[in-house]
Design a protein around this ligand. Structure first.
Ligand code: F6P
Length: 546
């Protein structure tokens, strides 16, 4: 079954939400809290070691009920079944979307074209396990007989961002191997990485679903040439492995058949870290931790698949996001993890969220007449507080923000962790409550500020508050909780795509730039500039002829 093609704005509920919004848009959350002592009790979900408090949103029970009705109107339940059972929901590429199969239990039975994919998934997992164990233990050696010390992941987009984010996030669980990432076609990037490496002890993992990506192939070729300055052609087999669906291209590149970790076209690039694309993760933290990451994601899959929508974390997050995006007109969302380990979470989710839901054609083939994909951005707290929080507190834009915090720190430094978490709680409270004129005036009084100066300063010191936030409090950053967190956002993406009636799993929008870059490269090489707009011609002239 394909996904339904329902324009959400044509549902009965959409109009009701619009009317409800007219009543809610001026409502103060402070008043909502004042009039209901049980608000946090009502608007929170506890699941495993996750606590989502969504009471600091401009909502009441009617808002939630209406949004849940919207989910039913667009047949979300059926859509979830189609997603998990491997239906061709990526219709424009004629593919199933089955990253969830990569973390499913071994007993699962998930059919693609009538064949259960789970045995194949588990055989690749075994290959990842054996290979990781061999490299980590030092049994597998480089061309001069030395064990490996460094791993270089060569890939871009989903073939880089996922493993890079997870390796960074799980560094507490890391072993002795140093893992590096080369992604940009900018030659300075690859040179900066290889200058620190010893070819004798470095393993290269070339990751490309298609194995046609310019950046990855250029970097892999440059690295292979650098490697061959010290080693022979036969040594390539000991130092280069690949992760791809395109076995033929990998073989043409010269990578030994045994060194290929296959993946499947039903795994989207930006959701591929659960496949062999996560090989660098398994090398960095060991297969057991990598497997725990998958287990955590699978637990979130089960929650998403089976829980009623009102207690379903990804569904509730998606609906709240729609509420702000489509009714309040909020264009972006911020994501603030209160742990330095998650510094790459926002860049990772930028691909997941914006490549998936940055679409303007509905599943009915028509231009949509409503907003779709949100802009996502963020940085860890407390750093971000000292950078861009000013705009969230006192700027003119509404920026719904997710706060992600952990009850325990990994090194157990309580003093630091309590300081970190006091900021975490303080920010959501400040964003909710703001600071009134009266409060500022009484502060002035106690500080001895009065007269002209007080009058002048007053408006600048007032905080309107009423800024929506979700608080996600998790016990501890572990491979399992990280897996569940990432899967949570993946399912939020899915729900939003279903409601917006768009195809979330293609990415045609990145093709035009790639095509043009290829033809411009030919022009640069031949020094023959073809017809362009006058700005591009002018710039190319300046670049080519200096
Ligand atoms: O930029 C588009 C894209 O296709 C992403 O979706 C993908 O993650 C990335 O390029 C890399 O693609 P590949 O893994 O095929 O090299």
């Amino acid at each position: 079954m394909s996904l339904p093609k329902i324009n959400p704005t044509k549902t009965i509920t959409w109009e009701s939400i619009q009317l409800h919004f007219e009543k809610m848009k001026a409502v103060s959350m402070k008043d909502l809290f004042a009039s209901d002592a049980n608000r946090a009790e009502k608007f929170h979900i506890e699941w495993n070691n996750f606590l989502l408090d969504f009471s600091k949103n401009i909502i009441n029970q009617e808002t939630i009920d209406l949004l849940l009705n919207l989910a039913n109107d667009v047949q979300l339940k059926d859509a979830i079944s189609s997603y998990f059972q491997g239906d061709i929901i990526n219709q424009t590429e004629n593919r199933a979307v089955l990253h969830t199969a990569l973390r499913a239990k071994e007993s699962a039975n998930i059919l693609v074209e009538g064949v259960n994919v789970i045995p194949e998934v588990y055989s690749v997992k075994d290959k990842i396990k054996n290979f990781s164990n061999e490299v980590i233990s030092g049994n597998k050696k480089g061309f001069t007989g030395k064990p490996f010390t460094d791993i270089v992941n060569i890939g871009i987009g989903g073939s880089d961002l996922g493993p890079a984010m997870i390796v960074e996030a799980l560094q507490f669980y890391k072993n002795h191997l140093s893992v590096h990432f080369v992604s940009n076609v900018d030659g300075d990037h690859v040179n900066e990485v290889i200058k620190k490496l010893n070819p004798e002890t470095t393993l290269f993992v070339v990751v490309s679903k298609t194995f046609t990506t310019q950046e990855t192939l250029s970097n892999a070729e440059t690295i292979r040439s650098w490697f061959l300055q010290s080693a022979s052609q036969e040594d390539v087999a000991k130092h280069f492995v690949a992760v791809s669906t395109n076995i033929q291209k990998v073989t043409e590149f010269g990578i030994n058949h045994d060194n290929i970790f296959p993946m499947w076209d039903w795994v989207g690039g930006r959701f591929s870290l659960w496949s062999a694309v996560g090989l660098s993760v398994s090398l960095a933290v060991g297969f057991d931790n990598y497997d725990k990451l998958l287990k955590g994601a699978n637990e979130m899959d089960e929650h998403f698949k089976n829980e009623s929508f009102d207690k379903n974390i990804p569904v509730v997050l998606a609906l709240l996001s729609i509420w702000y995006n489509n009714f309040f007109g909020a264009e972006s969302e911020a994501l603030i993890p209160y742990t330095q380990y998650l510094q790459k979470l926002a860049p990772y989710l930028q691909q997941g969220i914006m490549e998936s839901n940055g679409k303007s054609i509905g599943r009915d083939g028509k231009q949509v007449n409503y907003q779709t994909g949100t802009i996502i951005w963020g940085e860890p707290g407390t750093n971000s507080q000292h950078a861009f929080f000013q705009l969230i507190h006192q700027g003119t834009k509404l920026i719904p923000t997710d706060f992600i915090g952990f009850k325990q720190s990994l090194y157990g430094n309580k003093d630091h962790h309590d300081k970190l978490m006091s900021n975490f709680f303080a920010q959501t409270e400040a964003l909710l409550m703001g600071k009134t004129e009266e409060e500022v005036k009484s502060e002035f009084q106690s500080q001895g500020i009065s007269g002209e100066k007080a009058n002048f300063l007053l408006p600048f010191k007032v905080f309107s508050g009423n800024k929506p936030t979700n608080t996600l409090l998790i016990d501890k950053l572990t491979p399992e909780s990280l897996g569940a967190l990432v899967a949570m956002y993946e399912h939020k993406i899915f729900v939003q795509g279903v409601i917006w009636n768009i195809f979330s799993y293609d990415q045609w929008g990145v093709e035009l730039g790639k095509q043009l870059a290829n033809s411009i490269l030919e022009e640069i090489n031949s020094k023959e500039i073809k017809k362009h707009d006058t700005s591009t011609s002018f710039l190319l002239n300046k670049y080519i002829f200096k």
